[in-house]
Ligand binder design. Structure first.
Ligand SMILES: [Zn+2]
Length: 146
């Protein structure tokens, strides 16, 4: 159970390694064993200074923990799209996770309409560029507070 050990290690490099493993995986064998430990991981990591250049790395740990919580609640993988800004629709389509239904005129600023290949939920995705390219995912038909 080395990823759990990484999360609980108190060492920045190991915590971030485990974070990216979780964020990048849809493998139940990797993700599911961590689900019961989400609260413990949160306690072990919330006081760490994890650094980060443009955005704090602790935000990514939060996204990884939220993913574990979603998994524990039996929600679809696509529940993780809103929030983080690193989900590239093209890459997700290549991975077979979404289908791009339509796009606006291609450019730095553009929008995508994507459907989850697992549950069929449709997302409006806005692509923008500020220091790095980002994507904001909004599930269709759900009002989100700010
Ligand atoms: Zn889905």
């Amino acid at each position: 159970m080395t990823l759990l050990e990484d999360f609980l290690s108190g060492e920045t490099d190991r915590v971030l390694h485990a974070t990216w493993e979780v964020l990048g995986s849809r493998d139940p064998d990797l993700v599911d064993p961590l689900v019961p430990h989400a609260a413990r991981i949160r306690r072990a990591t919330e006081k760490l200074d994890l650094g980060g250049l443009i955005r704090p790395n602790s935000a990514n740990v939060d996204f990884a923990l939220t993913k574990l919580e979603h998994r524990g609640q039996g929600l679809c993988w696509c529940e993780d799209y809103p929030g983080p800004l690193h989900w590239d629709p093209e890459r997700e389509q290549k991975a077979g996770n979404v289908r791009i239904l339509s796009t606006s005129e291609p450019g730095w600023s553009m929008t995508y309409e994507c459907a989850c290949t697992v549950c069929g939920r449709v997302f409006d995705v806005e692509q923008g560029d500020h220091h790095f390219t980002w994507w904001r995912w909004r599930p269709r038909g759900v009002k989100r507070g700010t």
